[in-house]
Design a protein. Sequence first.
Lengths: 298, 279
Amino acid sequence: MNKKISKYIIPLLFIAPVFLIYTIFLIVPLIITAYYSLNEWNGVSEEIFIGFMNYKKLFANSDYWITFFNTMQLTAISLIIQIGFGLLIAYLLYNKTKGARFFRTVYFLPVVIAPVAIGLMFSLFYNSEIGFFNKILSAIGLKMLQTSWLSNPRTVLYAVMAPQVWQYIGLYVTIFLGALQTVPTELIESAQIDGAGKARTFFQVILSQIRGFINICVILCLTGSLKSFDHSWIITNGGPGVRSAYLGVFMYKMTFINSDFGMGSTITITIVAISLLITALFNNFSVTEERGRRGINA
Amino acid sequence: MLKLSYTFKQKLATAVKYIFLIFVAVTSIYPFIWVVISSLKDNNEIFGNSLGLPMVIRWGNYVEAWKGASVGKSFLNSMFVSTVAVLILCMISSMGSYVLTRFIKSQLLSTYLLLGLLIPLHALLIPSVLIFKALHLQDNLAGLVIIYIAVNIPFSLFIMNGFLRSIPADIDEAARIDGCGKIRVFFSILLPLAKPGIATVATIAFLNCWNDLLLGLVLLSTPGKRTLSVAISVLKGAYMTRYGLLCAGFVISIAPVVLMYILLQKHVIAGMTAGAVKG
């Protein structure tokens, strides 16, 4: 009897801290957020249950859709630039490049820096007095492209996106470089013996070999964009209005500046839902595709 | 003739490749160099000589940023919070992984604990404020430590599970036959073997804690308790026209991370790409 207890007591004691902290501070908050999204609440007075009214109001709010489409634009641009450049640069490094490790180290550096610091750095670059971008434009003879990046409503959103997209290219370079190293060299050699050029080998042999990694990078890129907050917050506070805000910034403003905790929770739940949906869709999609390629009916 | 032009083409292609790679390297690193150089200038020089080296080196910017802008205090706060969170996290997540990979091999439990990888931080903000209020931990660095541990648990378990699974169970069985209890097997046999995994977890968790803005912003209100990220976000408002000082604050805030990256590069890269490589 005693032995039986001691058989389980140590494992349970060992897993208890992780389980409890995780459940209390991660899972319970998620459930509480879902509950608050069904309430009208300013964070101070008693909350009032109103069902799905917050969702109805939110979907009728034009600011929500502005920030939603800003987030989607960021996602699309990140996908194209980060995955595209990531693959291109990784492929160049992979092809018998001298100093590949050095280049990788340099490219990865921005990835480890706090987004808030990167945001601060770029606000200095955009600054109209000392602005380094405008100085470079005039140095290369493109003075007519100079603008006050953060107050021009046509450029502000892209000015906020740029540092974020730039910062994480190195992450994708590194993942893809690792991916390329898993491709068996015999496969590439035999394709080339069969007369396939470099481009054909890349598109038909290499890409299909690293498809799993590409899928994961797409998920990383999509969910990463949905969580965006820091760059936009530090550079412009999402302004003017919500012109350069993402869903995360809109949620923060709604909750902690407008004190609408109910609506803030509603926005949060939509972010979680989109994020889960994307991950589920993509996982499913890639599983189906994998089966399709192997000739198994899904 | 034809052959010659072929090698010429190849050489040209190689040259273009290296020029491109160097160009990308410059765009990755030059912005930081510019800030480091500017942190040693005064406003006049930043205006007039924005791309050149400083004429007079102004170390004073660093002294003033550390003291006046209370970057120093926030630096210590961040160091305290991140270090304590990482130490506890490494301990409890390797203990948890030990159980998950040896005793309770339940798929359901593992999936439950990894589900957190999909939860965006935003989902925790509002309830965390309330939970900490109830626990009398609002505006308290200890509260921040707990939540940093919580948000880093899923990925730590993910990495540690992979690591402990790769250590053959025969090793612990042999030790058990020799009379080691479960606790001793863990502490004196598995933990030393799992050091590289723990190093990876520690590195990434430290970066996550050090770089976080959102949780610090929401959970702390007293200026003296600010973490460095929060202080930096305030710095911009307070010193927006004193660029040298701002740059010095920036350099102080990224220095530990850059140093860590240079020293522990292998672990940083392994940890940050682990999800992609193992998933």
